[in-house]
Design a protein around this ligand. Structure first.
Ligand code: NDP
Length: 508
């Protein structure tokens, strides 16, 4: 067994009962018409922790109809933005009051450490507050320079009914990157969480009711991508889809949506590099690399799963990263010190392992890890921190999203070469550079093809700073002003002042 920093025991008790969830449609909690349910086993502990109604076409139709009615009758979009902001701010306050309850089930369903789950749920309140502020400051443009008798303006209107589809890796956080912004804009929503992590999305319904959200504005349908997610993307009464998930499913969503020309925004995969220049603060860079690759066991769209390190310092840098990797606290997600928890499903663990075995067969060198990990008394869904070098840019492990605690090391000799390797991918979500030379940093930031570039840091994020991908990492933006604007249509209004318009049809 590797010499790793493992936590076996837990500081929190497993709940004595599993939590159960119904759909939330038009202000009512409903079972599925079919009576079917989905049960979730905690990846870390191997015990059932939740049971959720399993949606069918009937529930999707009810939810879309409720959202459509709530939008068309104006009970949300035509009230003053101030009133919407008050409700969103109340939701933020309620989220903060419920952090412990939400974080425990989020940790159990996803396998993430309890400290991280607390941070994500508590931090999400800030997204709701920021969205509330955007509701009140939204404005359009006026054109007062078109001639003495013309005044024109552009006004922003909510786009309508939005389908929100989310993945399992950051269930409550990703929901909060979308829902409050859509609501702030005046949209109504139908939401589907991942079948693996339905609880915190379902539990939000109670908070929405307590905050005074009018019925029908937010509807939650629990269940699988097929049929629930697929119907939410094809339904003719839906105006927009906000999707986060894999690039493969993102493409299907865009294809289906094209039949009705719905707007689609998508946050998809990434193969995000950090470039390490020889003049960098190597201790700080190594720490950010370790954080970037092991955070959420690497099951993170922003995982820095590739590092591109200068040839001259590569061996010394790998040694630093390996030494730090052994200090990261892996193990029981219910221990407060644990930094890295369990893998989401046995199938996903197998997929991670296959990437590594294939890379080894193609000549890669494993410096650390490369196998599952035994944590006494817990499930088998734990994976060792893994560092791999001697890989070529064309190998699957260098190009595809492994979505595990696996770092791939590539090397370069010139900044041009580092930028070329950075951009040699189908993805373009995020990228980073470590250097004390401002010219290197700016050159890289301008030429790297990614939606976010971090300089001498990794994964710093703020509600104000928009987020999204280039290339096959997605379309559109989330959070920040740009993320809010995605949920708005723009309408031009042109008005003539006085009866000055020359007739088109003459008297003769
Ligand atoms: P999936 O793409 O498998 O699923 C995402 C969501 O889509 C789930 O709710 C899923 O339902 C649903 N879904 C599945 N099939 C369809 C369909 N045909 N139509 C509509 N919805 C469907 O992703 P994962 O849940 O496995 O999440 C991991 C992936 O998400 C990774 O590739 C990761 O990179 C990406 N991701 C990207 C982020 C970003 O911001 N760029 C952030 C987080 C994750 P169900 O699974 O319940 O069947």
């Amino acid at each position: 067994m590797l010499d790793l920093n493992l936590r076996v025991h837990s500081d929190l008790h497993l709940p004595s009962d599993i939590v159960t969830h119904k759909h939330f449609i038009d202000g009512q909690y409903l079972e599925s018409a079919s009576g079917e349910v989905t049960e979730r086993v905690a990846p870390s502990h191997g015990v059932f922790v939740s049971r959720a109604a399993k949606g069918t076409e009937a529930e999707v139709n009810l939810a879309v109809a409720a959202a459509r009615r709530a939008f068309d009758n104006g009970r949300w979009c035509r009230i003053a933005a101030k009133e919407r902001a008050i409700v969103l701010t109340k939701v933020a306050d309620l989220i903060e009051k419920n952090v412990e309850r939400f974080a425990l089930i989020e940790s159990l369903e996803s396998g993430k450490p309890i400290s991280q789950a607390r941070g994500e749920v508590g931090g999400a309140a800030e997204l709701w507050r920021f969205a509330a502020s955007l509701a009140r400051t939204s404005t359009g443009e006026t054109h007062n320079n078109l001639g003495d008798d013309i005044l024109a303006m552009t006004v922003k209107e909510p786009i309508g009914v939005v389908s929100i589809i989310t993945p399992w890796n950051f269930p409550f956080w990703i929901l909060s990157q979308k829902l409050p912004f859509a609501l702030a804009a005046g949209c109504t929503c139908v939401i589907k969480p991942s079948e693996f992590t339905p609880s915190t999305t379902a539990m939000l319904a109670d908070l929405l009711v307590q905050a005074g959200m009018p019925k029908g504005v937010c509807n939650i349908v629990l269940g699988h991508g097929d049929p629930v997610g697929a119907l939410m993307t094809s339904h003719s009464d839906v105006d927009m889809i906000s999707f986060t998930g894999s690039t493969a499913v993102g493409k299907k969503v865009a294809e289906v949506a094209s039949n009705t020309l719905k707007k689609v925004t998508s946050e998809l995969g990434g193969k995000n590099p950090q470039v390490i220049m020889p003049d960098a603060d190597l201790d700080a860079a190594a720490d950010a690399v370790v954080f970037g690759v092991y955070f959420n066991v690497g099951q993170c769209c922003n995982s820095s799963s590739r590092i591109i390190v200068h040839q001259d310092i590569a061996n010394a840098f790998i040694e630093k990263v390996v030494a730090l990797s052994k200090k990261v606290v892996f193990g029981n997600p219910l221990h407060v010190d644990t930094q890295v928890g369990a893998i989401v499903t046995p199938e996903h663990q197998q997929k991670i392992d296959t990437y590594i075995k294939d890379a080894i067969n193609q000549g890669a060198t494993v410096h650390l890890g490369g196998a599952g990990m035994h944590v006494e008394g817990l499930s088998k869904q734990f994976y060792q921190p893994t560092v791999i070098s001697n890989v070529r840019p064309d190998m699957a492990i260098s190009r595809e999203e492994v979505f595990g605690p696996v770092l791939t090391v590539l090397t370069f000799q010139t900044l041009d070469e580092a930028i070329q390797i950075t951009n040699d991918t189908e993805y373009g979500l995020s990228a980073g550079i470590w250097s004390e030379n401002i010219h290197n940093c700016l050159e890289f930031s301008r030429r790297a093809n990614a939606g976010t570039i971090w300089t001498n840091t990794w994964m710093d994020g703020f509600p104000e700073v928009t987020f999204g991908g280039m290339k096959q990492s997605g379309q559109g933006r989330e959070i920040g002003q740009y993320g809010f604007d995605e949920f708005l249509e723009i309408k031009s209004m042109v008005m003539r002042i006085g009866k000055t318009r020359a007739p088109w049809v003459g008297d003769t």
